[in-house]
Design a protein around this ligand. Structure first.
Ligand code: IVH
Length: 454
């Protein structure tokens, strides 16, 4: 699961109203706030007080077992401390593994000396360190851990997240010292301001503050949506901004025919990430922001969110700027584009448009679809270009000779891809439905339509 983001006091108030509406209550709710650590989520299973399994989220469906690697992280207890209360038979906890700022710099320094590629940020470094096949390598990385949740709270005698964290602390888990129970919304706001002001003094990166309903009973009543818990929100710190120039605009045709204008920017470093492109969303957005070709613009990046253009810096205009003209015809197949009244999106409605077809095939084979190993974007593009795949069933008609004769392929890669396709034939029906890439039909509707449990 991920967390819904909020960016302001007003959005915090709206989050609180939504929670209370769902619970049908006017009463003030108690919250708990925790720093949002920028690392990697892990789950740890303890049986009779001993760490037995540690995993990451893997591909979101099947986790990745990294028990041996996690056992090398100093602050993860291998055995729980005996307290006065009896230890539960099984305890399942979640938390974040991360590298300190210093640890990250040190690691990159060592890599530079060894002539190895550098990690772009502490989060990538933490993920890379846990994915090491050899736990001895993981052990040398200065990884740290903070606990933030209990997957099976019923096993401990606790009623709130605050009590759960205190109890987990007594069992030997590291609890972040900045966790704060807040009796009211103003207290949550004050804590956000405090965290924002002091984040630079911390030795690790945080990208915001997680606000959670403190009562575990209410958390359970609120439950989760397909993507996020209803009882929590991530209040993100303001985005990092930079200025650059729109050098060109490309019109990309997506899987459902939607035509999206994408700005090619003069490459600019925004807090450690080089930004080259930004989506302009649609025609209305271009008009609203009055964007023109060669404009100097303010861009921003918030966490992992795709960079966006905030506004034009009008004072920088020279008069040489040109309007961004939306094409009347599909840039790929030439058919006239259509717009549904009341919708901002312009679409190519040609069901045979090669660009849509290509995106559908990439979606089907890729992470958002069947997730066939070896059939990433580049390879699917090649299969489509060579005419081996035109429609979804074609993936299941591929044969070893055809594949092995492709540029850059051999017998081994052909065999691997065919085996991977074979393995994907037994996926849950809902995932297959989502992979078809029908507009508005994702995995949740996929599950509902084949009556699996959501
Ligand atoms: S609670 C999503 N608490 O943020 C399920 N998550 O954006 C509830 N994260 O996958 C998570 N600090 O890896 C929670 N104090 C905290 C957190 C935290 C960092 C990460 C976590 C999660 C991601 C969602």
């Amino acid at each position: 699961l991920s967390l819904d983001n909020i960016f302001s006091d007003a959005e915090l108030v709206a989050f609180d109203e939504k929670v209370r509406r769902y619970l049908k209550t006017d009463a003030q709710l108690g919250y708990i706030t925790e720093p949002k650590l920028d690392g990697l989520a892990v789950e740890l299973v303890y049986r009779q007080g001993m760490l037995v399994v540690g995993s990451t989220r893997g591909d979101g469906v099947v986790g990745e077992d990294v028990t041996a690697q996690l056992k090398t992280v100093q602050s993860i207890p291998l055995r729980l401390r005996d307290t006065a209360d009896a230890l539960p038979e099984e305890l399942v906890v979640r938390g974040e593994v991360f590298l300190s700022g210093k640890g990250f710099l040190l690691l990159n320094q060592q890599r530079q000396e060894a002539g190895e590629p550098l990690f772009a940020n502490p989060r990538n470094a933490a993920a890379g360190s846990l994915r090491q096949l050899d736990p001895k390598i993981t052990a040398r990385r200065p990884l740290q851990f903070f606990i933030y949740g209990l997957a099976n709270p019923e096993v401990l005698p606790v009623a709130t997240q605050g009590e759960a964290l205190a109890q987990l602390g007594r069992l030997g888990f590291p609890v972040n010292p900045l966790v704060t129970v807040c009796a009211s919304l103003p207290a949550v706001e004050a804590q956000y301001q405090r965290l924002l002001a002091t984040r630079h003094e911390l030795d690790y990166e945080i990208d915001g503050m997680v606000v959670k309903v403190d009562s575990l009973g209410l958390q359970q009543r609120l439950g989760v949506t397909a993507r996020a818990p209803r009882w929590a929100a991530a209040w993100k710190f303001p985005a990092v901004q930079a200025t650059t120039v729109i050098e060109a605009v490309e019109f990309q045709v997506g899987r459902t025919g939607a035509v999206t204008p994408v700005a090619h920017l003069k490459p600019v470093d925004v807090n450690g990430v080089v930004v080259r492109r930004a989506t302009l969303h649609n025609q209305d957005e271009i008009a609203r922001k009055d964007l023109r070709l060669h404009d100097t613009v303010l861009i921003q990046r918030a966490g992992d969110v795709i960079p966006e253009i905030v506004k034009v810096i009008a004072e920088m205009r020279s008069g040489q700027e040109e309007p961004i003209l939306f094409p009347a015809n599909c840039p790929e197949c030439g058919q006239p584009l259509a717009q549904t009244p009341g919708e901002a999106v312009v679409r190519c409605v040609n069901a045979y448009c090669p660009a849509q077809r290509l995106q559908q095939m990439i979606h089907f084979a890729g992470k958002s679809g069947l997730d066939v190993e070896g059939l990433g974007k580049k390879n699917v593009e090649q299969l489509v270009r060579e005419g081996l795949v035109q429609t979804i069933p074609d993936f299941f008609r591929l044969n070893a000779e055809q594949l092995a004769s492709l540029d850059g392929w051999g017998e081994k890669s052909a065999h691997n891809v065919l085996t991977a396709i074979e393995q994907r034939k037994t996926l849950p029906l809902a995932q297959l439905i989502a992979a078809l890439g029908i507009r508005h039909v994702g995995e949740e509707i996929g599950r509902a339509s084949c009556r699996e449990r959501v």
